[in-house]
Design a protein around this ligand. Structure first.
Ligand SMILES: NC(=O)c1ccc[n+]([C@@H]2O[C@H](COP(=O)([O-])OP(=O)(O)OC[C@H]3O[C@@H](n4cnc5c(N)ncnc54)[C@H](OP(=O)(O)O)[C@@H]3O)[C@@H](O)[C@H]2O)c1
Length: 299
């Protein structure tokens, strides 16, 4: 990343010191004049990769997740590695309206100026829909769609729409087609993609909006098992959290409507769009029937 990008992340002017070395105005002066990136799911696998990448680039960070302890630990680690980096944290349950309002009250109280929203949080429960109960379906729908839309709304009320403002949502390759045995996840990610596409047009010239659609990302152990269980296609579709985070940040900087990450995922997307829907559904059902992921069993 060049100096210009670093400047944008800091929301600062680059200045030249007496010793001739460049330095960042405000570096070390937490929050003063800097514009923050709000990252949801910051303590998770992919969220952690965004945190690390943006920290390396000197972007002030406003991190959220459900656990205050984990957020504090993460902030502590960042402080040790990047002592000059402004980092704010606030716990938030994205399924809860009051908790979301409290997140923005905290941001307002702390005068956190926002530049970028990276909505990473997501729930990938995967099973036959008839096995879902009300709690599971409400939880997954709220985190994947309602939470994202609500945070974007709160973000837009605060961030200056100056053309540099960025909204990046983590969707999924699962959105490219209806998915038996992953039906609700696929539908929420499709909803997120559609929403981002519409919003991007509304905000043209004022903010960049991208929905990124990764294939498998080996973050948690159950996901690694899942990728293995899907054989060749699972393997070639998978990309590391860092590769996904890098491609995503690049895509939103270029204001791409959506980004499919990785060569093989583009191939899968191409051929799946050519295949007749009944064939697609048959193949997916066969591949996905044999695997399950249940967010609640991970607790
Ligand atoms: N891994 C993959 O194969 C894959 C593929 C395509 C897309 N994705 C998407 O990538 C994103 C990150 O997934 P990951 O693999 O990194 O999984 P992960 O480590 O389980 O991360 C999911 C994150 O969502 C957050 N979250 C869940 N429920 C929440 C709630 N009620 N309130 C606030 N935060 C909540 C969790 O935060 P806390 O637990 O800290 O609260 C966690 O950090 C998800 O949107 C997922 O759908 C993943």
């Amino acid at each position: 990343m060049g100096a210009a990008d670093r400047q944008k992340d800091m929301g600062t002017q680059e200045t030249t010191g007496a010793d001739g070395a460049t330095n960042m105005e405000n570096a070390g002066a937490e929050g003063a004049g800097a514009r923050f990136t709000l990252i949801t799911g910051a303590c998770g696998g992919l969220g952690g990769a965004f945190v690390e990448l943006l920290a390396e680039r000197g972007a002030p960070l406003f991190l959220t997740g459900r656990s205050r302890e984990r957020l504090e630990l993460l902030a502590q680690k960042l402080h040790e590695k990047y002592p000059e980096l402004p980092v704010k944290t606030c716990a938030c349950d994205l399924t809860d309206r009051e908790s979301r309002a409290a997140l923005f009250s905290y941001a307002d109280g702390e005068k956190i100026a926002l530049r970028r929203l990276v909505y990473v949080a997501g729930v990938d429960t995967q099973m036959a829909f008839e096995r879902y109960d009300e709690e599971r379906l409400v939880f997954q729908t709220r985190v994947n769609l309602e939470g994202a839309v609500s945070l974007i709304n709160g973000f837009l009320r605060r961030a200056p729409l100056d053309g540099d403002t960025e909204i990046l949502c983590v969707g999924s390759m699962s959105a490219i087609t209806p998915m038996p045995y992953f039906a609700l996840y696929s539908a929420t990610k499709k909803g997120l993609e559609q929403f981002c596409g519409g919003l991007r047009s509304e905000l043209k010239g004022r903010a960049k909006v991208t929905c990124v659609m990764p294939g498998g990302i080996p973050t948690r152990d159950d996901i690694k098992e899942n990728i293995k269980a899907h054989g060749f296609w699972g393997r070639v579709s998978a990309k590391s959290p860092r590769a996904v985070a890098e491609a995503s940040l690049k895509a939103v900087r270029r204001n791409k409507r959506r980004k499919i990450v990785g060569f093989w995922n583009k191939v899968i997307h191409f051929f799946s769009s050519l295949a007749p829907m009944p064939l697609r559904l048959k193949v997916i059902a066969k591949m996905w029937k044999g695997t399950e992921k249940d967010h609640f069993s991970e607790k």
